[in-house]
Design a protein. Sequence first.
Lengths: 571, 269
Amino acid sequence: MEYILKNGIVYDPTNNVTGEKKDVMIKDGKIVGNVSSDAKVLDVTDKLVMAAGVDVHAHIAGPKLCVGRLYRPEDERRGVVAKTDITRAETGFSIPSCSATGYRYSRMGYGTVTEAAVPPLEAKHTHEEIMSIPNIDVTPLLLFGNNWFVLQYVKEGNLEDLAAFVAAWLKIAKCYGMKVVNPCGSEAWGWGMNVHGVDDPAPYWDVTGREVVRALTQVNEMLGLPHSMHVHPNDLGHPGNYQTTIDTMDAVKDIEKNPSVIRNQTLHCTHLQFHSYGGTSWRDANSGAEPVADYINKNKHVTCDIGQITLDETTTMTADAPMEYDLYKLSGLKWANKDIELETAAGLIPIIYSPKAPVNSLQWAIGLELFLMINDPWQVVLTTDSPNAGPFIRYPRIISWLMSSDRRTEMLEGEVHKWASKRTALPTLDRVYDWNEIATVTRSAPAKILGLEDRGHLGVGANADVAVYDLEPENFDATKAANAAVIEDVLGRALYTIKDGDVVVKDGKISKVVKSRHLWSNVQGFEEQEKKVLENIMPMFNRYYTVKFENYKVHDHYIDPSIEFKIDASK
Amino acid sequence: MKTITLTLKKFSSIALEFDELKPDDIYTWSKKDFEKYQVPVGNTRFPLSNYFDIEVEGEAEGPEDVKMILDGDMGRVKYIGCGMTAGEIIVNGDADLHVGAEMEGGSIKINGNAESYVGREMRGGNIEVMGDVKEYCGTSYIGEWRGMSGGVIKVHGNAGKQLADCMSGGEIYVDGSCDILAGIHMTKGYIEIGGDVTRWPGGQMKNGNIVIKGKLSSLLEGFNPDGIIENPDIDGKQLTGKYIKYIGDIGVNGKGTLWLNAEKNRDLL
């Protein structure tokens, strides 16, 4: 099928196209330079055209989601939509049903989403859930930061075997890249403890977060994985944690990037908002955004996503179990814990981010400060760490905040608690994002950060993942506070979302359901070492795991359809 | 005043759902509109007139002018008055699940028994049940920690398990007996039970008042006695007789009050 999207206003930062009126042509699921006269014309004259969105960090599939749905039936009641001839019924607000997840991303014009925390033991389950999510490609990231084998290799300083282990485990779990969550902290939780700062060792292993992040980043670059190390640093949500965040970023500064990859960074620091707090307790907490942003402005080896608070009632779920327990003690609502044997531990609680609450308003303002203080939009990605800081369906609302300092002033003056003004620099920041920067932080930058060349832009040869919005950027003043609601509405229901050349959304409604693809990294050239490593760890595996190794592996039929990234580790 | 009378002519063993037929939405409806209306039945819809004879008399300017009379066995009609904010509903028979759930105003009277979830998450208005209610009357919904926050429920018969779970306001009166865990997780509000109670009222309650005029078979360990009070005045409600006062549930640092009729509970003196 051929399409030609006619006369749209195109924003494609990767290819330096900034609001030009031009046609986008599609053939066989790819962007092409020209099409035949049979091509179907979609008239999008003067409408906003971008590549489909890419989400670098969200929680959309896996055991935490299932626990969340079981544990929060009251959330499932919100967002109920009846089935149509094309779609299944939707449920849920912060933890939508699998199909609703796909439809909602698709309606926002997104085409690729990263599931940011897959425990290897539950990888099979995660892939099963991804199979039930339609219309988006998924890049799952595998958890390594509290894995016993990893801790053992780090303790021994054995990077060769660690690299082989990572290569083997990415194959076993069919995942795209590496993720570290509160390195050593979730392991300490097994002992009812946490770690504080990057140099606090996990009990028994006597290994620190700094050592784990460094070793895994080295391995990441040794193997040349498309995405960099993806880190959720220690001390999430603790006042004064900004120093830990800077220490984490600085710990890998000297590690050289593998020359074969397209990304610029060696470390992606996720949901930075939760890691940029000043003060010593929640009484005197203030913003730590400035030193963190300053570090990122001066250092190109780091990228980040924000994890912007959206001021909703949502669900927090993370493989940072000790932090969830702390949060539960603060909120007093309900709490679930999920221990993943030798690998990690996750926790989950409902949370109400209220604009009336001082702390929540402060968190909201810190997120926006980071967006506005980090100069290079290629180093920032728009996320809500969905659903932790808010559900992903709020992305359009965040965009409206970024594009209008008037709207932010309106909120600071009348809608949020005064801590947002008094304890942050947000009132002094009048920077506004333009459409080109919005396209950067929602498509181009995340694609590049993930190391994906085939998406996030509209150059010839890219996947035909395109979003068209019912808005004429040349006749629309996004800086006006009154237009914030329009932005939110329009970006929430794409005029067209095209996924690999299929029109999956038309006029804000799902018009077609396609299977999501599982993206995974297949490292070549470590086969011998992988075999040796597997032989070495098998006694420990057999002794401590509750499953047999034969049942641990994700078999091919769990990842149909998939995109395999063959990585030549020798390069 | 508009009087809408629905008289059951065919009983459906698969439940009908009435949440779309609240006074707020139907005060403008004529008889024709009702006859056109398709009521949810299981996973589909059928004409309301398949099941009811419909009479509509008078005019209404708003939901407060509506009086709905449901004649017959509504034992398989769910969500009667669910979410209503004004008006009056009278059921001359039994009612199925969720009567007056999420109700904000108006009144409902059931001249029969009601199933579970009467007045679930109710915020205002009045519900009177002449017969018994089953479980979870005046509670939150599954998983939810925010329950009934306002309004009054009067049950002339008996109440089932977990009456007023997570209640944070309003009043519940039960003339008959009550099963386990009345007022569990409650944080505010007033519960008065005229008859006997099986076990464990006020489990994990943080605040609020529970009055038991009959015999309590088993008290939770988390309640500390706080004296015997004659003719206590509780939030402006004057009780007569001697009551044993307990404070709890200490397991959650609760400051709730449980009042037991001293005469009927002499074993606890």
